[in-house]
Design a protein around this ligand. Structure first.
Ligand code: ATP
Ligand code: MG
Length: 252
């Protein structure tokens, strides 16, 4: 939720054009802005460029033109590990943990960007926040359930106490019950003050926990607004999100 009285964007992109090859922009001029403390969900059809946009923000896809600002500073050309140090944490859609390593080793690697004396304190704090991980630090990550793996990936991202946490489809492949557990944890992290950007396919569940929603179509922002209002907008749902309404909700 947005902290009372704060309305400065902590993260924004301006006319951002980016893609894997120079002559093939995938993100085609995106203005995207997230207020301090907000929970924004990024929606859109498969191939819309959601992952490419968040990877570009994280410094993992070449920028063709435009800017990325974090806390007012231009971080467009900053290497991804420096962005992490500046408070921008990113949980990728795939390969977000080291499956052959233990839970503890996964957290230690993430903590390597911190000064030595802070590392153990932060890992201890994360074990307190995620008791499922804290109860078995020497468990191999690859043997965890899907939901626990996502929690480990989130814990790795939180090691640096980021100001902004970006998650790319943490619900992929999880059962509805586990999705709701994962979403509850993410909502709690946001409530604790971490600005959150969540890329999701799970439209209904995501709109239910987010403050704002941005819909990306073919590399451009097609629609944005208050999440609860978008959830109730049948035209938006049908046009952009592939949701078909069998009943007319107009008079409700
Ligand atoms: N590593 C890559 N190299 C080249 N092209 C890529 C790469 N990753 C994605 N693309 C292309 O970029 C476009 C946007 O893909 P992207 O993964 O950003 O979409 P998305 O909105 O995240 O989709 P999904 O909902 O399926 O995750 C697609 O046409 C895709 O083929
Ligand atoms: Mg994606």
């Amino acid at each position: 939720m947005t902290a009372a009285g704060s309305n400065s964007p902590v993260l924004s992109t301006q006319a951002l054009v980016a893609g894997y090859e120079r002559d093939l922009p995938i993100v085609r001029g995106v203005d995207f802005s997230v207020q301090t403390g907000d929970f924004v969900v990024l929606l859109g059809p498969n191939g819309a460029g959601k992952s490419t946009l968040v990877k570009t923000i994280a410094g993992l896809v070449p920028v063709h033109s435009g800017t990325v600002l974090l806390g007012g500073a231009d971080i467009t050309a900053m290497p991804s590990h420096e962005k992490i140090r500046h408070g921008l944490a990113f949980v990728p859609q795939t390969e977000n943990i080291f499956a052959t390593l233990t839970i503890h080793e996964n957290l230690q690697i993430a903590a390597n960007v911190l000064p030595k004396e802070r590392r153990n304190d932060r890992i201890g704090a994360l074990y307190a926040m995620f008791p499922d991980l804290g109860s078995r630090p020497s468990h191999r990550a690859g043997q965890l359930s899907g939901g626990q793996r996502q929690m480990l990936a989130v814990a790795r991202a939180l090691v640096v106490e980021p100001s902004v946490l970006i998650l790319d489809e943490p619900s992929a492949g999880l059962s509805p019950k586990i999705v709701s557990e994962v979403f509850d944890r993410i909502a709690a992290i946001n409530d604790a003050g971490v600005t959150t950007v969540l890329v999701e396919q799970n439209v209904k569940a995501a709109l239910a926990i987010a403050d704002r929603a941005v819909i990306l179509v073919e590399g451009l922002v097609a629609h944005e607004g208050v999440a609860s209002q978008l959830a109730d907008d049948p035209i938006v749902a049908e046009l952009y999100l592939g949701v078909r309404h069998t009943k007319n909700p107009v008079s409700s």
